[in-house]
Design a protein around this ligand. Structure first.
Ligand SMILES: Nc1ncnc2c1ncn2[C@@H]1O[C@H](COP(=O)(O)OP(=O)(O)O)[C@@H](O)[C@H]1O
Ligand SMILES: [Mg+2]
Length: 263
């Protein structure tokens, strides 16, 4: 009898340790009978940065939209710290977004763009001002608060988008191909910048990309998607050297990974 309790107690501890910050459990989503997500399951640990990597149309954005509460799964559970989120409105989930096409507000200054989420939350003026200053400093754009988006480079605009998403202190940051519209040269610098920023802020993040190099440079864990399904979850090294399926094997360009590791 005592042994049974001890076992139960140990199991509880082990389970608690394994709780992911965010977890998708057997998520299904169809659009007019088309399976955009099929039994999608994965988790991201607190403070980690995971990448969803897969070809265009493999269901990456659909997954982010369901996490954000913009779409509702047909079945399955979305858990945050073990609590089911499916029925919580998106605005109450404490999520920040940086989307490729989620552009800055053109007629607002950089500072007002960053303040936007805080204004909605009706925070105090002095508090908003302080937070905006802090974020401008974080993104190294301290003196550019009065500029308008058209007076910035593409890279600077995405840095502002990042600051705007972080302003209300989200628990989870979702980034959907945030650098896709930026030239290759600038993109590279932005990736390492983003990785460093996320590490510094410590926010749990999910980064979507169709570019394997981008996923490998940015993320600790990669979730490979194909036709609405998860093909493999692993570190860049595991995905490249031990592809779990023939899809992953074909999709990953091993010489490119090895060249990246040499740099
Ligand atoms: N609102 C929608 N209505 C119909 N089909 C959709 C909708 N959203 C996504 N899809 C379909 O689901 C599939 C996955 O889309 P998406 O999640 O955007 O993929 P990815 O982000 O990997 O490119 C695509 O075939 C797309 O056409
Ligand atoms: Mg997409």
């Amino acid at each position: 009898m005592l042994l049974k309790y001890i076992n139960q107690w140990i199991n509880d501890i082990v389970e608690r340790d394994e709780i992911m910050y965010i977890e998708m459990r057997e998520i299904n989503k169809t659009f007019d009978g088309f399976h955009a997500s099929e039994n999608v399951s994965f988790g991201v640990e607190k403070g980690h940065l995971a990448a969803l990597l897969g070809p265009s149309g493999s269901g990456k954005t659909t997954i982010l939209r369901m996490i954000a509460g913009l779409d509702v799964p047909d079945s399955g559970d979305i858990l945050v710290e073990g609590k089911r989120m499916n029925d919580i409105p998106g605005s109450k989930r404490g999520i920040g977004f940086v989307f490729q096409n989620y552009a800055l507000f053109r007629y607002m200054t950089v500072a007002d763009n960053i303040a936007f989420g805080l204004e909605i939350q009706k925070r105090k003026k002095t508090e908003i001002k302080e937070r905006v200053e802090e974020l401008l400093e974080l993104i190294s754009m301290k003196d550019l608060g009065k500029r308008y988006p058209h007076q910035l480079s593409g890279g600077q605009r995405q840095r502002v988008a990042f600051a705007r998403a972080l302003a209300p202190d989200p628990h989870l940051l979702l980034l959907d191909e945030p650098f896709a519209a930026i030239d290759a040269k600038v993109r590279r610098g932005l990736r390492s910048w983003l990785k460093e920023m996320i590490g510094r802020v410590g926010v749990t993040s999910i980064f979507v990309t169709h570019d394997q190099e981008e996923a490998m440079e940015v993320a600790d864990t990669i979730i490979v998607t194909n036709q609405g399904r998860v093909e493999q979850i692993g570190t860049p090294e595991e995905i490249c050297h031990h592809p779990a399926t023939s899809f992953v094997q074909d999709f990953i360009d091993l010489p490119r990974y090895e060249a990246l590791m040499m740099k």
